[in-house]
Structures are given as structure tokens and as C-alpha cells.
Design a binder for this molecule. Sequence first.
Ligand code: FEO
Length: 409
Amino acid sequence: MKADAVKIADGVYWVGALDWDAREFHGYTLDGTTYNCYLVFGDDKIALIDNVYGGFFPQQWARIEDAFAQEGKDEIQIDVVVQNHIENDHSTTLPTIVDKFPDVEIYCTQIAIPGLKKLFPVLEDKEMNPIKTGDTLDIGGKSFTFINAPMLHWTDSNFTLYNEEGILFSNDAFGQHYCSGKRYDVDVDAKELENVAKKYYANLITLSSPLVVNKVKEMEDLGLLQKVKMIAPCHGQIWTNPQTILDLYTKWATGDADDKITVIYDTMHHSTQKLAHQIAEGIISEGVDVSMHYLKEDHESDVVTDVLDSKAICLGVPTMMNNPYPNVGKLIYYFNCLSFANCGVNKKAVTFSSKGWGGGAIKNLNSALEEAGFDVLADDVLDVKFLPNESELEKAYELGKNIAKLIKE
Ligand code: FEO
């Protein structure tokens, strides 16, 4: 196949893969992604930073061939692979690279070594060089400094700083599942890019939020952050304005939410839905942003994306067999996985429900949300029998108004 490399700096090329068709990754929905990897031409050695997903080798190789052609080199030679992370989407083509260049030197974190050998038994006897924070590698006129970044987002994760140009190859961190024919942040709509970066953070990084803050500080203390002029992650667009994504990560990691409330609901006979709509009206009346998520239609990965920068949620489902409507179970489970409280702030939550006879959803929702780290406002519940009447709809409106006032305080 034919595919071009993109020169991102002198002697540095993007040689990754565009996956236009990816619709699900790590359990969340997306509309395409990229597997970015980079080729750095030193005077003595040529280094490949990361690899791509299985099935995408022809694309990666075509771009590698083009990078060599752009450099005016007839013979392709890769001397070094820096494998910043071992997950399949960044490592599956590594054995093929090793097969083509048996003497290639592999650099990765210590914990990545047994992982790579387990993933790819063909590499069992291949020597690998462990890297730790502060280690450097010179490839002739160009050098790298390594920064281990455990749990951003796997235990083996690592950042590689290309010192001379200030390019931080950050692997998954600062990425976005986004597929475009353009490579840079400035080439695409800024708000759209922020939204896909937010979805990526919410679904992949939320749990590791305290580590985000620590890693940024550590890099600052080491004098490395100040050198970063570009962040080149392994998914999505390259940040030519690194401060944009650093500021967003700091905001999300510290629970610095907007004056925004996410209303999440499902319904059986439209009663809970009516309450949700009235709650939204009350929120809007206070000038607070509202995001609505109808659980019958909306994927939990989109719900948590809005929860990330909301100060509060309102969650309502009907009671069924003394319990919350089962559709909400997956979301509650996901709240527990992500642990928004790790961002240092307990988001406020109110619950509402409708019931035929006995009720029971509210009690269970409240305890589940408390367990998931939300600050549940248990006095503000709304539990309506059958169809909400005018007075109950007014109460729903007031409930929305009250929580909106509360988050503005
Ligand atoms: Fe942790 Fe993009 O893989």
C-alpha cells in the first residue's frame, strides 16, 4: 500500500496508522482513532518510537518507507525501538520490526519487559534495555530523556522527551480517540478536539487523576516540562500548544468542574422522563448549563464525559421490583470503576424516581452513588407515584433550581 509520512520536525516523522473504522475501544464509543508512532533520524542511529495495532503494519511500513525517501535514504534501517507502552494498540507490530531488524535495540520500562515477552513469545530471547526516569539515550546529534509514568495509564507506561526539539512522546497520556487526515491540534476544530480529549480523559485517565498532578509536578521539578514545545501522543492530534492540554489535564485531574449539571435518566411509561425534563428546566432557570443523558439511547462513555466537568448530577430511573430500573446498573458499575472522587472533589448528586406501588429505587440509588464517591443530597429526593401531577412537576422544577443554586455558591 502507499501512505505518506508526515515530517513534524527536522529528522522526525509521524509514521503511524489511521483507523477510520474503530467504533469501540476500552469499552467506550468512538468515531475512529489513530495509532501514532514516530521515526527519529539521528546521525548514528534511527529510532522508532512505539508501534501500531495488529493489522496496521502495511500502513506503518508504507509511511516508514516514505520517511526514508523524504530523508533521501535508499536503505531502510531501524536501530532503536522505544516501546513506551506494551498495550496491543502500540506494540503488536514490534515483532515484525524485530524480524526485519534482528539487531534492533529495544528500550522500555523494567516492568514492560516480561509483559512484552508474554505478549510476544517470539521475543522471549530478545535482549531488552530497561529505562527509568532520568535515563538518556543518544542516537547521534539527537537525544532522549525518559520519564516513567506508571498508571498513565498502565503500570508500564513511559514518556520519552526528544531533548533537542522539545517533543514529548507521551504515548496514551494526552491522547484522543480521533481520526483526521491532519496531524496537529491547530488543524482541527478546537472545541471538537477538547471534547474528544475530555472523553478520552474521562474514560481512561480519571482513576489516575492524582498521578497526573504528580507527574506534571515531577517533570517540572526535573526541569523537563519547561523544555516541552510539542506533545506527540499515540492517539489523535499532536499538540503544538502543549499548555492547552496540560491546563485541561490539570483542570480535570483536580475536579475543577464547570457550573454544569448532568441529568441522567431512564423511563418506563414517561413519568421519570417528565421529572427529568422539569429538573432540567429548573437548572436552566438559574443560568446553569445542563447536559441531558437518556440512558435508553446514550452510551455510558458519553455520560461520564459530561459528568467529568459537571459539579453535580441528577440521576433518575423508575422503580422496578423494588429496585432501580436495571439499565442504570452498568452506569453505576462504571462510576465505581472510574472513581470521580479521585479528582479530589465529591460531586453532588440527587436522585429521583417514579413508582407504581412500593418504591425502592431511590434508597438503592443513593447508597450506590455514595459508594461511588458522590456527595448525595438525600433530602432532595423526588419519588412520584404513577404519573407526576402539576404539583410534583413543580417540585421537580424546584429541585433542579435548588441544586443549580447550590453549585453556584
Ligand atoms: Fe494503553 Fe492506546 O493503549
